[in-house]
Design a protein around this ligand. Structure first.
Ligand code: ZN
Length: 256
């Protein structure tokens, strides 16, 4: 099983993997029913979450129904408990939309929910995050997860996200961060998939963010808050919802 997952992640395109997984995983999940763990995104309960991982397999990672990962469950719980996203009439831009969030966000946010991506068939608008076809201040909330490590210029992408967000608006900008690194590492001379895998851990990554990640968000103009699971969840909840050590980067654009 682990080998099969690794093969699929290495050899098939992301949309293909998502399509196959969207059918196969909920089917396998039928055999995982139980009460030990609970996915807050789809609301289902299981004996355990599936193992999953690109570089390293992680136990208890993947929801057997909606395919949420640890960071998705953490983010969903935080949005639900600490924001009014699901009750206020916000215009929400979701860049590179994750499969697990589509249904709940569409149900809770309604027709003010705009999904966007360069190639994902899940997205309504096709765009490059470094040059978006939206007006200034068009969105109240922007969610953009695990994209900034893929683009040519994270600085340009952040400037664009800042531009399309209204003053007083807020967002979530998650990226993988290596907290062992003081400064983010990038090297524009690494251009082939092999060189990038060697340098940055994945063939489609262009940098590894370090402890200066929040400062890079601040450089684009945002106010930044870094939130850990232990800031708002009990130890029992962290176990029950299958949450890891991910952190949420919450950004706000000041009223100006
Ligand atoms: Zn789920």
């Amino acid at each position: 099983m682990k080998r099969l997952v690794r093969f699929a992640l290495n050899h098939l395109s992301r949309p293909t993997v998502q399509r196959i997984a969207g059918v196969a995983i909920p089917f396998c999940g039928l055999f995982m029913r139980g009460h030990r763990v609970e996915c807050p995104v789809c609301g289902r309960k299981f004996r355990k979450f599936f193992s999953y991982g690109y570089v390293e397999m992680r136990g208890g990672a993947l929801c057997p129904h909606c395919m949420s990962l640890e960071r998705h469950r953490l983010l969903y719980l935080w949005l639900e408990r600490n924001t009014d996203l699901f009750t206020a009439p916000y215009r929400l831009l979701h860049i590179a939309p994750e499969h697990c969030f589509l249904r709940p966000f569409e149900r809770l946010v309604g027709d003010k929910y705009v999904t966007a991506d360069l190639e994902s068939p899940l997205a309504k608008v096709k765009l490059d995050v470094q040059q978006m076809p939206f007006d200034d201040c068009e969105f109240d909330v922007v969610i953009c997860n695990h994209i900034l490590e893929h683009v040519d210029s994270d600085r340009k992408a952040l400037e664009e996200i800042f531009r399309v967000m209204r003053c007083g608006g807020w967002g979530i900008l998650l990226s993988p961060v290596d907290y062992g690194l003081e400064s983010s590492y990038e090297d524009p001379t690494k251009t082939t998939p092999e060189e990038r895998r060697e340098a940055f851990g994945q063939p489609d990554h262009l940098r590894i963010f370090g402890r200066d990640y929040a400062d890079r968000l601040r450089a684009a103009g945002f106010e930044v808050e870094e939130i850990r699971a232990t800031d708002f969840l009990s130890a029992e909840e962290i176990t029950r919802y299958g949450i890891a050590t991910d952190r949420i980067h919450f950004v706000r654009k000041s009223q100006g």
